[in-house]
Design a protein around this ligand. Structure first.
Ligand SMILES: Nc1nc2c(ncn2[C@@H]2O[C@H](COP(=O)(O)OP(=O)(O)OP(=O)(O)O)[C@@H](O)[C@H]2O)c(=O)[nH]1
Length: 192
């Protein structure tokens, strides 16, 4: 699984929240090149080992990260809901993905930093509509509070497990439906 998106959108924090349940606020240390962490998740009783690659968002490292696209089975593409530019650049990221990644790679669009609602520069509907245009699942997340972080990785793990284990003629796991049902569950419980 590769994390992609502009510098500063929160890729490293997103990974650390998932791996260690931690968030270091304050200082921003840009990733240099590429780094990875492993985490095992259990999906329907089966262990799935995710090897998660955290890439540098800065332009000068692009040639390094391009080399890794080809081996990726899933891509989490992040923008920052407080940065219009990071959202506007998503189309360019998708163009790069289509150029360098495998055709059947699983892609998910994530609007991160949803906890900073006072500085919101991208409406939730705009994220959802862009995701619909490209036929990819979408959700807003927060690497700070942990909102939807685990759900994003679990949905990816479920999809990858299904692809690896299920015969082609069996009904296909629907990542969109799974995410929508899980989102509904968490919002129902948050308000109940
Ligand atoms: N409030 C808030 N801040 C966040 C969140 N995610 C990341 N940040 C902050 O955003 C800054 C950048 O986060 P990083 O995770 O280093 O960003 P990155 O996308 O890995 O950046 P590059 O390594 O340069 O590609 C840091 O100061 C984080 O503390 C979030 O969900 N909410």
């Amino acid at each position: 699984v590769m994390l992609l998106g502009d510098s500063g959108v929160g890729k490293t924090c997103f990974l650390l929240q998932f791996k260690d349940g931690a968030f270091l606020s304050g200082t921003f240390i840009a990733t240099v090149g590429i780094d990875f962490r492993n985490k095992v998740v259990v999906v329907d009783g089966v262990k799935v080992k995710l090897q998660i690659w955290d890439t540098a968002g800065q332009e000068r490292f692009r040639s390094v990260t391009h080399a890794y696209y080809r081996d990726a089975q899933a891509l989490l593409l992040l923008y920052d809901i407080t940065s219009r530019m990071s959202f506007d650049n998503i189309r360019a990221w998708l163009t790069e993905i289509h150029e360098y990644a495998q055709k059947d790679v699983v892609i998910m669009l994530l609007g991160n930093k949803a906890d900073v609602s006072s500085e919101r520069a991208v409406r939730t509907e705009d994220g959802a509509s862009l995701a619909r245009e490209y036929g990819v699942p979408f959700m807003e997340t927060s690497a700070k509070t942990g909102m939807n972080v685990e759900l994003a990785f679990l949905a990816i793990a479920k999809e990858l497990k299904q692809r690896a284990m299920q015969p082609l003629d069996e009904p296909h796991f629907q990542i969109h439906d799974y995410i929508e049902s899980q989102k509904k569950k968490s919002s129902c419980c948050a308000f109940s």
